[in-house]
Structure formats: C-alpha cells, structure tokens
Design a protein around this ligand. Structure first.
Ligand code: ATP
Ligand code: MG
Length: 644
C-alpha cells in the first residue's frame, strides 16, 4: 500500500526549477558550470583549465582544475577562522554515554591540526608520503586526516575493525611510512586493542614503517623501541602553527580501499581540488545544509562516507559535524536517538543495515526521545527496501523529514544520484535524480546499447566525468581501466543495475552480478529480498541465484527471522507463498534456508558473492573473505545448506 511521503523542504537551496536549470547547465556546458562552482573553495593559484577527461578505453584519464593550487586543510579550517572561529566544528560523542561529549571550535581545530601536522613532520613524513590511519572514531582521526592534507601527505584509512592481516596488506600495498593508531578503541562497551593489532601487522614489515600512538584508553601497550612514538611526547614539543603546503589540484589527497563486497578491495585514489569541490557541494545541496545546523553522518571515517560527509564536505562548508565513537545498539537500541536529542541534530545520515537492525528492536526505543530538531534524513550503502524506508520516515522523521536515498560509491567521491529535498517529491527506495554534472545512462547488459526512454531497465553507466571521480587505482592504472572502462567502452561502468521509471526517476536494483535469470525472466535479487523483509516474521534476507535444471537459475533465499520467531517448515511455506503473492509466481523461492547471521562486510553490506557459492555448493572457491565482519557465519551456513 503506498504511504504518504514527507513534503519538500520549503526554503531549500535548490527547488525544482533551480534544479532543472542548474542540471541542464551542468551537462550542456560542464566547463562553464564547474568553472563557476569550482570557486566555492579557496584556491592559492586559481585554475585556468577546468576539465580534461576521457573515458576512451585506450586513453582513460581524469583531470579537473589541473593548473590550480590549493590546500584542503586550509579550506576546511583557516578560511573559517575569521567568520566562525568560535563556532563548533566537531562535536565528539564518546562510546560511553556517561563520558562527556567534546565541542571543538574551528579555532581549536586549527591548533590541533597544526600541532598534529608538525608531529608528522617530526616523524619524517613529507609531501607525497603515505600514512595509514588505524584509529577509533575520535577527533584525532579528523586531526590526522587534516594534518596529512596540510603537509601534502596521502592518508589511507583502515577501518579499526579490520584484522592485523588486512591492515598489513594495506600498509604494504600503499608503502606507508607511518601508521597512526591508538592504544585501544572502545566500541559498544568493549575495547579493541588497536596497538596490539598494529604490532602484529608490522611484525614482518620490511619498509621500516613507524607507528605513532594516540592515547585513548590509557591501557598498557607492548612497545617497540625505535619504531613506536607516543603522540603526546612529540605534541608537547612542537608548535601549533604549521603553514599549509601548496598542492596541485591533481595531487593525491587519499587512498581508500573499497569495502570488498564483490572481490579484492581496490585502492581508490582521490585528488585534492575536484574532490573537495564535489564533496562540499553535495554536502550542502543534498542535505540542504544551512549555517548553524548540526550534521550527523553515522558512518566510520574508515569508509568513503566518513571521508566526504563527516570530515571534508562539512568542514569545507564551515559546518558543525558530529563524530560518534559508538554503535547504534549500545547501551541499547535507542542510542542514535538519544544522541540526536542531546545534540539537537538537524540532518541525520545512516545506512539501511542500521535502520533494519533498529527496526527489529521495536519503536519503543525511538519514542523515548525528542527528535523535533531533525529536518532531514539520509541513507547510503545499499538499496533501502520500502519497509525500512517507511519505518524510518514514520518513526524517526515523524513523516515530516525528507529522506535522501543517496546512491554513490567509494569511486565517485560524493553523491551521484539522490533526490534533492527541496526539488523532488520522494519515492521510497528510489535514488531518483542525478546530481549536477552526472550523466547516467541505462545500457542493455548484453548488447551494451544505450536504452532510451522511460520505463526501462539495465546496467548503470555514467557518460562523462564529474569532479569527484577517482583518478586511478593506486599503483595499478590498468586495473582502473579494466574494472571501470572495459565492459562498456566509452563509459564509466558502476557495476550496479538500475531502472528508469515512467517519470524518468532512477531506482538502483542492486549489483549487476546480483541479477538472476529465472526461466528467461531477469530479476534483481533486491526485489525478492524486499518482499521477504516486508513479512512481519522476517528481519533480514539475502537472495541469490543457483543453477536449476529446469529454470536455468533458481531462487535461493537466506532468511533471518525476528528475534521472537521460531523457524519451521510451515513458516517456509508461508514465506514462499507470500513472495509469490507480492511479486508473482516467477519470483517464488525455490529454497529457503534459515540464517541466524548473514556474511557481511565490515561496513555492514551483505556479501552475496559468498552466498552464491554456498548456494552453488561450491565451498572451495569462496574467494577473499578478509573483509568479512564475522567469518564464522559462513561455516554455519555451509553446515546447514539446504538442497535445491
Ligand atoms: P567493492 O567495490 O569492493 O565490491 P563496495 O561496492 O561495497 O565494495 P562501496 O564503494 O563502499 O564498496 O559501495 C558502493 C556500492 O554500494 C554501490 O556500487 C552500490 O552497489 C551500493 N550502494 C550505495 N549506496 C546505495 C544506494 N543509495 N542505493 C543502492 N545501492 C547503493
Ligand atoms: Mg563497488
């Protein structure tokens, strides 16, 4: 049953007419459009060239503002000091709700980052050197990022939940001179011994990588003399003043590995100028950020979402950005909402996986808190099923906060498709419209031909470059070309499928690998999953195809039930009939397997690649599982595999 959607924001930066006008300008005259909008950040030497890009298979290159120079940290800090030095830049909310939150002003941020930058120099870090950050969600993570940017070092953040092996691969892969970590990371009431993990990761390090340690828990740590350095020891000796390095627009800002949902993670390289223009512009327009608002993105800085929408986008805009160290369910499932109330959050941005998890705990946890400060909600990371969208809208947004469903990737630097809250009437589950400068096309997956018109479906490619686009895969430009520009020549291939509906709005149907072909009917697995999750007994579902003697591919469903439900064959039949009724006979599941847990990446995305292998009975080639949050889930699923 269709539900009402929230009204548009009345006084938003971008209304419907303005969107149309700006979008047309952005694609008809990209040089002129970005030449103008590039000025939203401060340049040391202004650019005279705007765009030099090619998606031609034999000559892929992406350059924006290439003769301009700037410093990203100066854009995020120094330029705000005169007008808003006393304004809070970062609100830090610690893991334990009884510990005090911190409010760091722009003035303080300048001193902290200046000090951190001088500490990096003391450690021998120079322009162009790589620095790995393996830190909790504490202000020092932002200081370290901005300090690298200040001196022109390239940071590569590794999510603090990753194992020593995964960390070692990324330290060696980037040839890092320094790893910055903390003694420990409190999260959800437990402490991860980060320094111990670094010790293991650096055990066989031959690069001479050193380790800078920030104090968080005060726990005892094992120390390697000559290699390890306490941050505090150096910080008290250096000045808090560090002039920003003049960087070229195309100098790298950071390397970041993708989450590994589909295979070996890729070392995505972003540069300074175009990235910052794009991150700050999308932050302002997508979230309709206004001066004085408190913005909260719940992602970890270890993901691109944290880079663009906790640190770089908001701070470039002079915003107040919230950094949360904890998890949504500690001390209980009301934590997000308690933090929203406490800090009077205006825009709240999270992932569907978090919403689904909280949905399963009931509405009591939301109702306890005053959420009247919220103006807008957002999601990112996966398609959001309408069930979760409606729950978010009704219980968190109280039906009055537009929800921006932002489709984008580590590779894209910022939002690619999203409704704008003052311009587009919402459709639950749709990414709807391209952001300025983004030219999406739908291709026929087999022929590679462009599919024109509305009411069509296929693979999603982008026809031309935008400033936030990744420039290369670190140390492997061929892999960049192979991965993104080879399957469909002349286009950037996203790896995702999409539908353009009768109104010309876009819906992401999931990864192209996740499309199944049942008796000649192509179907996105996301659709079957949405139907399953819409049933009251189901908390989460993952659907994959497997070889079927008659249909070509059969539908294999992994289903996690709500806490208080009991699995039974009868319930399987109920669910099977339910999907058949919701979507049609063609979508009736062939196999349902109860799954107490699903294999997920550390960023919470379901790894269907592994589920496919299990469904195919092919347990020997599960591939890279190093980015799994809980590998034991896989053994459980293999053990209880159902026969198709
Ligand atoms: P890898 O590329 O290593 O397999 P990954 O694709 O999960 O990992 P990310 O860059 O973190 O790495 O995720 C981007 C992907 O997440 C998109 O390609 C898309 O599949 C999915 N995604 C992100 N946001 C949305 C959204 N709003 N709607 C639908 N899907 C989304
Ligand atoms: Mg990807």
């Amino acid at each position: 049953m269709p539900k009402d959607t929230p009204d548009l924001l009345p006084d938003a930066h971008i209304d419907a007419a303005r969107y149309e006008e700006m979008y047309a300008a952005s694609v008809n005259d990209p040089e002129g459009f970005w030449g103008e909008h590039g000025k939203r950040i401060d340049w040391i030497k202004p650019y005279t060239k705007v765009k030099d890009t090619s998606f031609a298979h034999d000559n892929v290159h992406v350059k924006w503002f290439e003769d301009g120079t700037l410093n990203v940290s100066a854009n995020c800090i120094d330029r705000h000091l005169e007008s808003r030095g006393d304004q809070t830049a970062i609100i830090f909310e610690p893991d334990d709700p009884n510990d005090e939150a911190k409010h760091i002003t722009y003035e303080q941020l300048a001193k902290e980052v200046g000090t951190f930058a001088n500490v990096l120099k003391e450690c021998g870090v120079r322009k162009g050197d790589r620095v790995v950050l393996y830190l909790p969600m504490i202000p020092e993570a932002a200081y370290a990022m901005l300090a690298c940017a200040r001196i022109g070092a390239i940071h590569s953040i590794v999510f603090a939940g990753f194992s020593p092996d995964a960390l070692a691969a990324r330290v060696n892969g980037s040839g890092a001179k320094l790893v910055i970590t903390a003694d420990g990371a409190p999260r959800g009431g437990r402490v991860t011994e980060l320094k111990d993990n670094v010790n293991k990761a650096l055990l066989h390090n031959v690069l001479g990588t050193r380790c800078l340690v920030v104090k968080r828990t005060g726990d005892q740590v094992a120390w390697v003399g000559g290699r390890d350095i306490w941050y505090d020891d150096l910080a008290e000796r250096v000045s808090s003043d560090c002039p920003p390095e003049e960087m070229n627009a195309e100098d790298p800002l950071f390397i970041l590995y993708t989450s590994g949902s589909t295979g070996q993670p890729k070392g995505v390289v972003h540069t300074t100028g175009g990235y910052l223009v794009y991150a700050s512009m999308t932050h302002e327009y997508t979230f309709d950020y206004k001066d004085g608002d408190v913005f909260w993105c719940t992602a970890d800085v270890g993901w691109v979402t944290g880079h663009s929408y906790i640190v770089y986008g908001p701070l470039a805009n002079g915003a107040t950005t919230l950094m949360f160290e904890g998890v949504p369910t500690y001390p209980d499932a009301g934590r997000f909402w308690q933090v929203c109330e406490k800090h009077k959050v205006n825009q709240f941005y999270t992932a569907p996986t978090a919403i689904r998890a909280l949905m399963g705990k009931g509405t009591g946890f939301v109702e306890k808190y005053d959420l009247s400060s919220l103006k807008l909600l957002g999601t990112v990371g996966e398609p959001i099923n309408p069930e979760a969208w409606n729950w978010y809208n009704e219980n968190v947004g109280k039906g009055t906060c537009p929800i921006v469903d932002t489709w984008w990737q580590t590779e894209t630097g910022g939002h690619m498709m999203t409704p704008l809250p003052g311009a587009h009437t919402l459709k639950p589950g749709a990414a709807q419209k391209p952001f300025f400068g983004v030219q999406p096309l739908v291709l026929d997956p087999t022929s590679g031909e462009v599919v024109e018109g509305n009411g069509v479906e296929g693979v999603l490619v982008i026809a031309d470059s935008w400033p936030g686009q990744m420039r290369t895969v670190y140390g492997d430009h061929d892999r960049f070309v192979q991965t993104y520009f080879s399957d469909y020549k002349g286009y950037y291939f996203s790896g995702d499928g999409c539908r353009r509906d009768a109104d010309g709005d876009y819906w992401i149907t999931g990864r192209v690998d996740d499309v199944i072909n049942v008796s000649g009917h192509r179907m996105g697995t996301a659709e079957v999953e949405s139907a399953l999750v819409a049933h009251e007994t189901v908390s989460e579902a993952a659907v994959v195809g497997y070889p079927h003697p008659v249909k070509g591919q059969g539908i294999y469903c992994y289903v996690t039930l709500m806490n208080d439900e009991t699995p039974s064959d009868e319930l399987k039949k109920t669910l099977s009939d339910w999907v058949r009724r919701e979507i049609g006979p063609i979508a009736k599941p062939d196999v349902i397997q109860w799954a107490p847990g699903l294999p997920k990446t550390r960023s919470g995305k379901i790894m269907r690649r592994i589920l496919r292998k299990i469904a195919e009975n092919d347990f020997d080639s599960l591939g890279d599982t190093s980015t799994l949050a809980d590998p034991s889930v896989v053994d459980e699923l293999i053990e209880n595999r159902e026969k198709g």
